[in-house]
Design a protein around this ligand. Structure first.
Ligand code: ZN
Length: 888
């Protein structure tokens, strides 16, 4: 065990900073084996902080060369230096601190602070990276105007970038040059960025609603110049959308994006200089799938939207992270919905939420949207903060309606422009602009766990009254044994024989937010409530949680017939999809029971019939048909089973496959027909209709292949003839899953031979082999870790191979001999010394040990093995110790 255990930081201990920082001047001298950083910081004591307060600066892994106040050098006795930073006991009320440090970016494998990716220098400062660059008050409520000079060798680093506008550019002698950047907008250090490298760019421009022209550039390695067009188009669409929908205009002359291969997350919203993981910005039709095009559009928008929700208005402290992330995810989701099919976008987001976020919320790392205690902040860039945080903003939108919500966001941006604020400030702006009391609603920020809505109904034919009885509850989570009732907007309708029925809620006016009266939002705010509808002429099927109006579990005993009716006839697209999923889940669990009882497999004909109907309905968006046909994933099914004593992964997998084969058999003709009919010879475009057609066509192919035999020939032909990466990879996946070993191996080999030069494509290839259930996946992953296409220091490679294996190949990860768990723990152990942030993230699947039947001891023993390691990062320490907290 490590000597000193890291301690938790608490929200309730927040103190404002004693000193404000008006100006930050930085100079970087970049060399191959070290970098010298000079800073001049203009401090001012805050009016209400006591005279004589000490100055606290953060700093980690820095070599201090010199320190002075107002030109007077400080002696070692004048300050105290620790592992965490330095403290100067006595400082004047207003002064300039000059500091020189030396750092070694070439040895920085954590990818936080200033580091090298191939030959490029780049930075990642959120959340605590700046303290690895220089001594500084590295906290988001200290905002400062930055001027940055970068000096480097001209031949190796012709491009020198930082935030804001370029104000000077000059020769520095001896083959070196220098550039000075000034950012007029005060910002916290986490938004600082610096890039130096041999970069090329694609340029465009954007005229803002205020009539200013902004120069847009995407900087990449020369070989990637042909992969920038889609990101550039997405950026311009996002800029326009934010003007039109939120009234937000861009505020600098320049907007730069840089693509970097080694990056811990997706992208970073540094002011005027967004840095992107290359996998989240580079794409073209030859090398990228439809999913990649869509992801890039949404991430480019997300980072751009942060310019207002995050940068102009930032967070007071990191417990408020969801203030910027939840709101920005909400904004990017609305943008993506507007750019494509809103229902399909919603379905994808809900899938992620219900599998991964719900699992997080019921696991040992569960925390509120606004956490109250944190050991390592990097562990809190979670699905709860991002996705559930976005759902919480979405519920405010639902409760207020679009106009009041827009007034609220206007007030928030205007009132807090240039400030570092809290979730409370956001809620208050929403309340003031709408006149609505969100008092009880605030529990969504402080209570962890996923609430359940248990609903029962009653119909009286003689009085034509239909009653919904609603009960809410929320399970205990770490540190929160008892929960208060929340405010849950329940969007609903009632389905009759001929369609949705008009709603007459006893004692209420029609819902003003819905034009027709067949849909409304019931506000659940007590532990138990009942709602009576009048004039209901027939017993309806309730259409509940339309559009997934709240991040809750729904518990209502639908019959299979009810689900079939909803999936075929309800007005709400989301409910149709959800009912198809619920029906498929029911069928898979029935087959699992049959397998466990040793009985012959019999798939209910109602389900295969529903699938045929879907395939036959050409009036439906093919993307919706594909989403509705796709069987719920094994991860989702396992999450559901966590309430019932844990998932039995092997029979679950077998049952799901058996249902797939049954659909392939029963719907063979219609699958083939749609497969042929949806073929297209049009040139590739990542547009809605084409993406929809490809997704349904490849879904049909995969069902057919699950039945094996001659269908594999079709996949092999598609693999050889495909003219875009979506179709090629889809075919390869079906071959890898369902082909003979020789087919699988030769297709995988030929794919690698064709694409080995493109690292991002190689990552797709690694990921596919990691999820393939056929063969010995543990041995395959171990072998691929020694392949030249793999690199432990590159987070994208680790995620593609090891992360994908552990999170998406349940049968092999959960092998009963523990080999899958051993593999993951081995990698985490090795990686912890290199990149703790990625090591801790990789560990997530092991924290779910309560969800898997018969595996708890095996999983915990690997967690214990990690806990016993001598040098453990705070990142991994936090995950391991919380996961083992009440394991016997
Ligand atoms: Zn973000």
């Amino acid at each position: 065990m490590r000597e000193a255990q890291p301690t938790a930081i608490l929200l309730q201990d927040y103190q404002p900073p004693a000193y404000l920082l008006e100006r930050t001047e930085l100079q970087f001298l970049l060399y191959e084996d070290h970098v010298v950083v000079d800073s001049r910081l203009q401090f001012q004591r805050r009016a209400d902080s006591p005279a004589g307060a000490a100055l606290q600066l953060h700093g980690e892994e820095l070599e201090l060369l010199s320190l002075a106040i107002d030109g007077r050098a400080l002696e070692p006795g004048d300050y105290e230096l620790t592992e965490q930073g330095l403290e100067i006991e006595t400082v004047p009320a207003s002064f300039q601190l000059q500091c020189r440090t030396r750092i070694r970016p070439q040895d920085n494998t954590s990818l936080e602070g200033l580091y090298k990716s191939h030959s490029m220098f780049c930075t990642q400062c959120e959340a605590h990276g700046f303290r690895k660059i220089s001594f500084y008050p590295d906290r988001p409520d200290v905002m400062s105007v930055f001027t940055v000079t970068v000096e480097a060798d001209r031949a190796r680093y012709p491009v020198l970038l930082s935030n804001g506008n370029l104000v000077a550019s000059e020769d520095a002698g001896q083959g070196r040059h220098r550039a000075t950047w000034h950012d007029p907008h005060p910002k916290p250090a986490y938004l600082f960025a610096l890039v130096a490298g041999d970069l090329h760019y694609v340029e465009d421009s954007f005229r803002t609603c205020g009539g200013r022209d902004v120069c847009l550039r995407i900087y990449v390695e020369e070989k990637d110049l042909g992969k920038c067009e889609h990101a550039m188009r997405s950026l311009k669409k996002a800029m326009r959308w934010d003007e039109e929908v939120y009234g937000r205009e861009y505020d600098l002359e320049l907007f730069n994006i840089v693509a970097v291969d080694d990056f811990n997350m997706g992208a970073m919203e540094n002011k005027g200089l967004n840095i992107f993981n290359s996998s989240c910005v580079l794409c073209n039709a030859d090398t990228s799938t439809d999913a990649t095009f869509q992801r890039i559009e949404s991430i480019v928008a997300h980072e751009y939207f942060h310019n207002w929700s995050g940068n102009r208005v930032t967070c007071r402290d990191w417990f408020q992270l969801s203030l910027k992330e939840g709101f920005t995810v909400f904004r990017d989701a609305a943008f993506s919905a507007a750019m494509g099919s809103p229902t399909v976008k919603r379905v994808e987001d809900v899938k992620l939420l219900r599998t991964a976020q719900f699992a997080e919320d019921s696991g040992p790392m569960a925390h509120p949207v606004r956490p109250e205690s944190v050991i390592e902040i990097n562990n809190f860039y979670t699905l709860t903060v991002y996705e559930k945080g976005a759902e919480v903003v979405g519920m405010i939108h639902t409760l207020l309606g679009p106009e009041a919500f827009r007034r609220g966001s206007d007030l928030y941006f205007q009132r807090h422009d240039g400030q570092a604020v809290t979730c409370e400030d956001f809620i208050r702006a929403m309340e003031e602009a709408s006149g609505m009391d969100l008092g009880q609603f605030r529990l969504w920020y402080s209570q962890a766990g996923t609430p359940t809505l248990r609903i029962q109904d009653e119909y009286e034919a003689d009085t034509q009254r239909y009653t919904l009885h609603v009960q809410q509850s929320c399970p205990p989570t770490p540190g929160q044994p008892h929960k208060q009732p929340m405010v849950i907007p329940l969007a609903m309708g009632l389905l009759g024989d001929a369609g949705n029925l008009p709603l007459r809620l006893a004692g209420a006016a029609p819902d003003p937010e819905t034009a027709d009266n067949t849909s409304r939002v019931l506000v659940i705010d007590q532990a138990q409530q009942s709602f009576v509808f009048e004039g209901v002429a027939e017993r309806p099927v309730p259409s509940l949680l339309r559009g997934f109006s709240a991040p809750v579990r729904l518990d209502y005993q639908f019959s299979k017939g009810d689900l079939h009716a909803l999936m075929s006839r309800d007005d709400d697209g989301f409910v149709r999809w959800d009912s198809a999923q619920a029906l498929a889940t029911r069928i898979i669990l029935e087959v699992q029971d049959q397998l466990q009882a040793g009985a012959p497999v019999a798939v209910d004909g109602l389900f295969t019939q529903a699938c045929s109907e879907l395939l036959a309905d050409e009036s439906l968006d093919p993307a919706m048909v594909a989403a509705m046909l796709a069987l719920p994933g094994e991860d989702y099914l396992a999450e559901l089973a966590s309430h019932a004593g844990g998932a039995d992964v092997d029979t679950l997998h077998a049952a799901r496959e058996a249902v797939k084969v049954a659909v392939a058999g029963a719907c063979r003709e219609s699958l083939l027909r749609r497969y042929e009919q949806l073929a297209s010879s049009a040139p590739y475009a990542p547009d809605g209709p084409q993406i929809a057609a490809r997704s349904l066509r490849n879904t049909c192919l995969d069902f057919l292949c699950s039945a094996g035999g001659s269908h594999l020939e079709r996949a092999l032909a598609q693999f050889r003839q495909a003219r875009n990466m979506t179709d090629r990879l889809a075919a390869l996946r079906s071959i890898a899953f369902y082909g003979e070993e020789s087919q699988r191996e030769s297709a995988l080999q030929s794919f690698y031979a064709d694409w080995r030069h493109d690292s991002l494509v190689v990552n797709q290839w690694l990921g596919l082999q990691a999820v393939t259930p056929a063969g010995d996946a543990v041995a395959r992953v171990r072998e691929l870790m020694r392949h030249p296409g793999f690199e432990l220091r590159n987070p994208n490679k680790v995620r593609a191979l090891v992360g994908t294996f552990a999170s998406q190949n349940p049968v092999h990860f959960h092998r009963l001999d523990g080999a899958g768990y051993g593999l993951l723990a081995d990698v985490v152990q090795q990686l912890d010394g290199i990149n703790p942030q990625i090591a801790a993230r990789l560990l997530t699947p092991l924290t779910r040990w309560r969800n898997y039947r018969g595996r708890a001891e095996l999983m915990c023993s690997q967690l214990r093995r990690l806990a016993a390691m001598e040098k453990l990062s705070p990142d991994v320490f936090e995950v391991v110790s919380k996961s083992l907290e009440d394991a016997d």
